[in-house]
Design a protein around this ligand. Structure first.
Ligand code: ADE
Length: 248
């Protein structure tokens, strides 16, 4: 059976990606066959003895531009290996990656992620691309980290990847895209004079749930007023948000 999420990354620097993909949750998901990720070297499609993949920009200016032929051919080859795949180019001018987009990409099931490099990519490559995605309003030296962000965010939504099925469920219940996470603690109960909130030691699961919800709401209101303004709050939320610990 094929994996629930199949990804092919096209890059000039495969080794930049491989380490990240081999470790931890992603590495395990790949071993378990839940997610498949292959990394292909765009240079294999570059011509000549030196396999040149970039060239100076028409019109002048600093830096180099990725040539259209190798990248377009690499995309076509990937499309034939992964029929029906969505071809996504990482670029600062793409659609902003957020949790909703991560869900869409994950649900699509087949992705080809094209990493740009140097100062840019010949505009004509876009004819072979379905969409561009940005991971934020800053500029990286290349698209590899952005592609890894897409793989990571999409892979953890595949059922079974997080191991504990409750994690994915609990977090969509907590409205992952609407609210920030509540604070987490582990042992010891006191570290350098800082105590774990008493509620979390109480064993009272309903109270713990209310505490976490309240903290989530508070952290979001404080740090991301934009998210908070968009969130739909329940009656319980409105009551909780200004409650003291003894009122939970
Ligand atoms: N490549 C360079 N900068 C990037 C960004 N912010 N997002 C996606 N791809 C990029």
């Amino acid at each position: 059976m094929s994996a629930r999420l199949e990804v092919e990354i096209l890059t000039l620097f495969p080794r930049m990606c491989e380490g990240y993909l081999a470790e931890s949750i992603l590495g395990k998901a790949r071993e378990a066959g839940l997610v498949s990720v292959t990394v292909s070297d765009v240079r294999e499609h570059a011509r000549g003895k030196h396999r040149v993949a970039d060239d100076a920009p028409y019109g002048g200016g600093a830096g180099m531009v990725m040539k259209p032929e190798p990248l377009t051919e690499a995309i076509e080859a990937a499309r034939s290996r992964l029929p029906g795949a969505l071809v996504v180019m990482t670029s600062p001018r793409g659609q902003a990656l957020d949790q909703a987009l991560a869900r869409r990409l994950s649900a699509h099931g087949k992705l080809v992620l094209v990493c740009g490099r140097y100062e840019g990519v010949d505009e004509r490559v876009l004819a072979a691309v379905d969409m561009e995605v940005s991971i934020g309003d800053f500029v990286l030296t290349g698209g590899e980290l952005a592609a890894l962000c897409v793989v990571d965010a999409a892979a953890r939504l595949v059922p079974g990847v997080l191991g504990n099925e409750a994690s994915a469920g609990a977090e969509s219940f907590a409205g992952e895209e609407t609210f920030l996470e509540y604070p987490q603690y582990t042992r010891p109960p006191e570290f350098r004079g800082m105590k774990v909130p008493e509620v979390l030691l109480s064993g009272d699961h309903r109270r713990i749930e209310r505490w976490r919800r309240r903290e989530s709401l508070r952290v979001t209101r404080e740090r991301r007023p934009d998210l908070f303004a968009r969130a739909r709050l329940t009656e319980t939320d409105l009551r909780l948000i200004d409650a003291g610990d003894d009122e939970l």
